[in-house]
Ligand binder design. Structure first.
Ligand SMILES: Nc1ncnc2c1ncn2[C@@H]1O[C@H](COP(=O)(O)O)[C@@H](O)[C@H]1OP(=O)(O)O
Ligand SMILES: [Mg+2]
Ligand SMILES: [Mg+2]
Ligand SMILES: [Mg+2]
Length: 408
């Protein structure tokens, strides 16, 4: 069965589940209610001027240096970098989806997009902000790419980066060599930490979704004195609204709210998290991949809260973006034992949700601490919702975790 809006088939039933551009639920019930982000305009659509006219903005209160500061220039550069990276990723994903089955199981297309995206973001930030100190904490490094067997891949990445820069036309970088690309990737080796400013990048978050043709994100944040002060999330496959094409750019700056615009440049719209207070009316997001998050734990929490709707499963930090505009009210993430969360998997998403009025904590109710280097030190998992629902959610989370550990 398939359901179409305009020319684009949005739904196809795959075995016993609905599959909506990477969004899977367990039963075909009340689709429009469960997927407001696909089927109706999301709630917070008041046109508001972008925040980049604000000259002065309060800086994070713990900062010991200047007490006020604007991150407008960094935000403009971050939006440009993430948009260009998403152009590169879209090109690769399109080619990947058109390729035959054999090359789909080959890991190289996603590798090309991962490295290409990281190189582009690193280059664009450096070029757009020449007078700023540059430190980047990013997921990838060039070690494997420097090996003899990666020659072809490196060649392809360099070609793609050059093509993408040329297609933009506003960044004056003469064609880059393979060595330039390797260096740009390795600029992401910073360790971050509590002092100074550090960019935080996941060049493709949700690689599994990327390969499936589903959701993924380019996630770029900025830390200042250990706190996230800016976040940009490019989600090339997330629809803006029911009648619009795919491609959302979410962005947020500390004390300045969260905005979304289409990746091809529509005017920005201010967004806000869901205002639902009754958990029975809430719907929740979790990972598509059961290997990334314990689905049975989320399900027990949802049951305790009285949540009626089945989980909305999507890949990547697109979950944070969708939640920031009220598409769902709760995001639950419980990695398997031993998994350590990285800062680039949450910095941008955290900012987008926090500035849209949401709350992000670990399963113990503690705020996330991005100042400890490349990893987040967490109590068990990450939970996200609005301020009204958080106390009940936290209680349900702690009760469920307690029950689970007593039964193991
Ligand atoms: N075993 C794992 N448990 C939790 N998260 C994982 C695991 N392996 C990879 N990830 C990361 O989880 C994130 C995506 O999770 P999800 O899509 O489920 O929200 C990605 O950052 C992905 O990395 P990557 O950036 O390499 O894709
Ligand atoms: Mg990731
Ligand atoms: Mg990644
Ligand atoms: Mg990865």
């Amino acid at each position: 069965m398939s359901v179409s809006i305009g020319q684009t088939p949005l739904i196809r039933v795959v075995s016993h589940s609905l599959h909506i551009n990477a969004i899977t639920v367990t039963s075909p019930h009340s689709i429009s209610k469960r997927f407001p982000f696909i089927f109706s305009l999301h709630r917070s659509t008041t046109a508001t001027p972008p925040p980049n006219l604000r000259a002065v903005r309060r800086r994070s209160s713990s900062s010991s240096s200047a007490s006020t500061m604007s991150y407008d220039r960094q935000l403009a550069a971050a939006k440009k970098a993430a948009s260009l990276a998403s152009r590169l990723c879209q090109k690769v994903q399109k080619a990947l989806l058109q390729s035959d089955v054999q090359s789909k199981s080959d890991k190289s297309p996603v590798t090309v997009a991962d490295y290409g995206s990281q190189a582009l973001v690193s280059l664009v930030l450096g070029k757009e902000l020449p007078s700023f100190p540059f430190s980047l904490v990013a997921e990838e490094d060039s070690e494997d790419l420097r090996k003899e067997e990666s020659r072809e891949t490196l060649h392809r990445i360099t070609e793609l980066v050059n093509e993408t820069l040329a297609s933009d036309g506003t960044i004056d970088i003469s064609p880059l060599s393979e060595e330039d690309v390797l260096k740009a990737i390795d600029n992401g080796k910073s360790e971050g930490g509590p002092h100074g400013q550090h960019w935080v990048l996941d060049p493709i978050d949700g690689t599994k979704g990327f390969v499936r043709g589903d959701q993924y994100a380019i996630a770029l944040g900025l830390l200042d004195e250990g706190k996230v002060v800016l976040g940009v999330l490019a989600c090339p496959n997330l629809p803006m609204a029911s009648d619009e094409k795919k491609g959302c750019l979410f962005y947020a700056q500390i004390d300045a709210g969260t905005y979304v615009q289409s990746l091809d440049g529509s005017p920005p719209t201010k967004v806000h998290v869901s205002t639902i207070e009754n958990p029975e009316e809430a719907s929740f997001f979790e990972s598509y991949e059961a290997a990334h998050s314990l689905h049975e734990l989320s399900s027990s929490i949802a049951k305790k809260l009285g949540v009626k709707a089945p989980p909305v499963r999507i890949d990547s930090q697109a979950k944070y973006g969708a939640l920031s505009r009220g598409d769902g009210a709760i995001y639950l993430r419980f990695p398997h034992k031993g998994y350590r969360e990285k800062i680039w998997d949450h910095a941008a998403g955290y900012m987008v949700v926090a500035e849209a009025g949401g709350v992000v904590t670990d399963a113990g109710g503690n705020p996330l601490d991005f100042s400890k280097g490349r990893y987040l030190d967490l109590d068990t998992g990450i939970i996200v919702t609005n301020k009204k629902l958080m106390p009940a959610l936290l209680k349900a989370v702690q009760d469920s975790i307690h029950e689970r550990s007593s039964s193991l």
